[in-house]
Design a protein around this ligand. Structure first.
Ligand SMILES: NC(=O)c1ccc[n+]([C@@H]2O[C@H](COP(=O)([O-])OP(=O)(O)OC[C@H]3O[C@@H](n4cnc5c(N)ncnc54)[C@H](O)[C@@H]3O)[C@@H](O)[C@H]2O)c1
Length: 440
């Protein structure tokens, strides 16, 4: 257990509360990140209060009814029933709390500038009720400097000095929804504080519920760690996507190339092409970095370029459909096209930034009739259109089936058998040979 050194009396008391798990934990923003975190701390024996502005989420939480795929109601229910976890829309609950994790959204504006409004709104509320002896940790992904330059001035005031009276850290969230192996408790947690005392208390706090905690020297380093991780993914996916476009023109199977390259035991890590980026992180976070970097005079050229390549992929997927239908855009007009999977990635229900939405809109504009199957998304509304998910068998009636999201519950062999033509954007049909298949 890490020791907190050079600490104020206030820090010592908070440290003791954390060690004995009598500290009262607060989480602001009970979504895909906040709810699993709340559950881990409740499971570790802490009393946890979730604060969210969404009344429906608060109602469901207090009924033990989970709305996040990675948190079964069977896990949530007993924690709520035992009084270990509760939710409220009322920020005055902060008066009784010792720690506050901020897990609110950080989207992009239309101009691709960071939208800080959720962080600002939640910090305004936290500032009203902040008291001595509180540990505040920002978890929302954001540009380097946010915690120190934006959050700290909102919270500190005379008599409430950071590192002595209250403690402020940044700790990036690395959760990967739908990942059956790595979840909140066993993903190492990086934490950096505004002062050494802040880092030490942040480290002590997380080590109660999370297996491995990695302290770093500042909030800026912790913020940058997250952006490096997601930028690394975004740029390498961009390379895989560019490879896919090059291979398609040369008549080479990109999937076979990547899988053979991945046999190299060092110096190579496989990334895969697809119909486009999706979700709340990879398409967005790198632009937080490029926005901030531009201000310091460095153009983030790789990020911009990978963004352009990745942004072409829904178009490329639609081109593959058109080619598979044997012709130009007119071949799509009037065709019945069945989409397999609309969530942004396998085995989850999240539609945010899903490339399936772009693919569907483009096919609709070309005059296609669209239907879809997705066990996680029963209804889909976009551009004035309302669709209901159909059973997988509905693929048989389509002129072309497009696998956009490779959910593991789909029966891919049966799909190929019953379909006339299948465009596979995810290599979901790996190992299946058929004249009917067109791969990305
Ligand atoms: N979803 C992921 O896989 C993932 C992974 C790593 C990091 N992140 C980052 O974590 C942060 C949260 O993402 P998420 O996916 O959990 O978002 P989410 O939309 O699922 O949850 C955010 C919650 O915050 C609530 N909220 C909004 N404004 C609020 C306010 N002012 N006060 C209190 N609650 C408020 C919303 O009602 C919602 O329940 C983002 O910065 C995101 O980039 C997400």
């Amino acid at each position: 257990m890490p020791e907190v050194t050079e600490v104020s009396e206030i820090a010592r008391i908070l440290e003791e509360k954390i060690r004995t798990r009598s500290a009262r934990v607060g989480i602001v923003g009970m979504g895909y990140v906040g709810l699993p975190l709340a559950v881990e701390f409740a499971k570790a024996g802490f009393s946890v209060t979730g604060i969210d502005t969404n009344e429906e989420k608060v109602r469901r939480l207090n009924a033990g009814d989970s709305y996040v795929g990675d948190v079964p109601s069977a896990t949530l229910g007993p924690l709520v029933a035992s009084g270990k976890l509760r939710a409220t829309c009322d920020f005055s609950a902060l008066l009784d709390l010792d720690t506050v994790d901020i897990c609110v959204p950080t989207p992009l504006r239309k101009t691709k500038d960071p939208d800080m409004s959720f962080i600002v709104a939640s910090c305004q509320e936290i500032a009203k009720y902040l008291h001595a002896g509180t540990l505040v940790i920002l978890e929302s992904t954001t540009y380097p400097g946010t915690t120190y330059e934006l959050v700290l001035p909102m919270l500190a005031r005379p008599g409430l000095e950071v590192g002595r009276d209250f403690f402020l850290c940044f700790s990036p969230e690395r959760v990967d929804p739908g990942n059956p192996v790595y979840q909140t408790a066993n993903i190492p947690k990086v934490v950096g504080g505004c002062t050494a005392a802040c880092t030490a208390i942040g480290q002590l706090f997380y080590s109660q519920a999370i297996k491995k905690v990695v302290p770093v020297s500042s909030t800026q380093v912790a913020e940058m760690v997250k952006l490096l991780e997601n930028t690394f993914r975004m740029i390498n996916i961009g390379l895989a996507n560019e490879m896919a476009m090059m291979c398609a023109n040369m008549g080479i199977d990109v999937w076979e190339v990547i899988s053979a390259a991945a046999t190299k035991p060092f110096g190579f890590m496989p990334f895969y092409p697809g119909p486009g980026l999706g979700g709340h992180c990879i398409p967005i976070d790198p632009f937080y970095l490029s926005w901030k970097s531009k201000q310091s005079g460095v153009e983030a050229r790789l990020i911009e370029l990978a963004g352009q390549i990745n942004g072409q992929m829904p178009h490329f997927a639609v081109d593959r459909v058109r080619d598979a239908l044997n012709g130009d855009a007119k071949a799509v007009k009037g065709s019945r096209i069945h989409i397999m999977g609309v969530a942004y990635k396998r085995d989850i229900e999240d539609l945010r930034e899903s490339p399936a939405l772009d693919v569907i809109l483009m096919l609709l504009r070309l005059g296609a009739e669209i239907s879809y199957s997705d066990p996680y998304v029963p209804t889909l509304r976009l551009d004035g259109l309302s669709l209901e998910a159909l059973p997988e068998e509905a693929a048989a009636a389509a002129d072309c089936v497009v696998i956009v999201t490779d959910h593991s519950s789909f029966d891919y062999r049966a799909l190929v058998e019953r379909s006339r033509l299948v465009v596979d954007t995810r290599n979901a049909l790996k190992g299946i040979r058929s004249e009917k298949i067109a791969r990305l």
